[in-house]
Design a binder for this molecule. Structure first.
Ligand SMILES: CC(C)(COP(=O)(O)OP(=O)(O)OC[C@H]1O[C@@H](n2cnc3c(N)ncnc32)[C@H](O)[C@@H]1OP(=O)(O)O)[C@@H](O)C(=O)NCCC(=O)NCCS
Length: 304
């Protein structure tokens, strides 16, 4: 088998995941459900890929110290090869980093493979929900592990860093606007590769700016005497916008940011995701741009 890689789920994965869901469950979640989950800040979703195709996915909702597992599935072609075990270990690592100390889920008593998998991670059945599954009236076993901090992940010796292996071509398929050309004219103000595509005419220029995973621009300021500033509308992937002295704001498709004139700020991709936003200048008096120092690896390294 080619190498298995894990990364966070992106909204653009929703269609591929929904296809596996359809093959797997009697009551499958839809593409729209996964699309919404990708931007749910109280949820954690990871995917396992083989040759850039999704082979497995899992997710959980985080509520204070509890992680409620919503989905765990391995593509039928890849079951019984240990992928489910690696996937669940990664999910546990992820929910731990989000502050969860306990994990719970429901499972059909007839689902021997899943029960074995969960028992291997210390989950135990603590009760039943009668007639929980509407398709056949089967009960659900309620399983818990209330101390996931003591779980020794089977992958502990491996690098647990999430990575993206999405190619630019695959990413382009997931967004409506073109990625365009390498943004060489401004390369000195960026770390990593960015791309630029004009999407509107000269009367009111709008650009689609795309950042490869890890790419960001330097701190900068859009000066203006009156009015001015810039609008960003995220159209794909995941990234951040941060104003000096404030917390970073995560951006996913549909996030709109109004950057005030004269505010020091930066924007760019998350470490594990491509990122695109439309950008246009808000009209103002005497506009000018001032490029400043790069965002340090230390500051950027705190982002997920
Ligand atoms: C449940 C599922 C995620 C497990 O993934 P997987 O990659 O096949 O699992 P693994 O190969 O890592 O095996 C996990 C454990 O289950 C056991 N197992 C796997 N298939 C099994 C089967 N058909 N019957 C009994 N045990 C089985 C394995 O032996 C292993 O235990 P071990 O390490 O003690 O030997 C996968 O079968 C799946 O996607 N099923 C359909 C979706 C589903 O039921 N999801 C769970 C909903 S609650």
């Amino acid at each position: 088998m080619s190498s298995l890689e894990f990364r966070r789920m992106l909204a653009s994965d929703a269609e591929e995941i929904a296809a596996i869901e359809e093959m797997t469950f009697a009551m499958p979640w839809s593409r729209k459900d996964f699309w919404a989950e990708a931007v749910n800040e109280n949820a954690v979703y990871i995917v396992g890929t083989v040759d850039n195709k999704i082979a497995a996915y899992a997710g959980a909702w985080i509520s204070f110290e509890e992680a409620q597992v919503t989905n765990v599935a391995v593509h039928p072609d890849y079951r019984g090869q240990g992928i489910g075990t690696k996937l669940f270990a990664r999910l546990i690592e992820e929910v731990k980093t989000r502050g969860a100390t306990a994990i719970t889920l429901e499972v059909r008593p007839s689902n021997k493979a899943a029960i074995k998998l969960y028992e291997n991670f210390g989950l135990r059945s603590v009760g039943r929900r009668k007639g929980y599954y509407l398709d056949n009236g089967e009960d659900a076993l309620i399983m818990w592990n209330t101390d996931i901090c003591s779980i020794k992940s089977s992958n502990e010796s491996e690098d647990l860093t999430m990575s993206t292996n999405q190619t630019m071509e695959d990413y382009q398929k997931s967004i409506f606007f073109p990625i365009g050309q390498k943004n060489d004219a401004y390369a000195k103000y960026f770390k990593g590769q960015s791309y630029l595509a004009p999407v509107a005419g000269k009367e009111f220029p709008i650009f689609n700016v795309t950042f490869e995973p890890g790419c960001r621009n330097n701190w900068h300021i859009h000066h203006a005497d009156k009015g001015g500033g810039q609008m960003l509308i995220c159209v794909g992937g995941r990234g951040y916008y941060q104003e000096w002295g404030k917390d970073p704001i995560e951006m996913t498709a549909g996030t709109v940011i109004t950057i005030p004139a004269n505010a020091k700020h930066w924007h760019g991709a998350a470490p594990d995701s491509w990122f695109s936003h439309l950008a246009f200048e808000i009209p103002g008096e005497n506009p000018s741009n001032e490029w400043l120092e790069p965002v340090t690896d230390e500051e950027y390294g705190k982002l997920k």
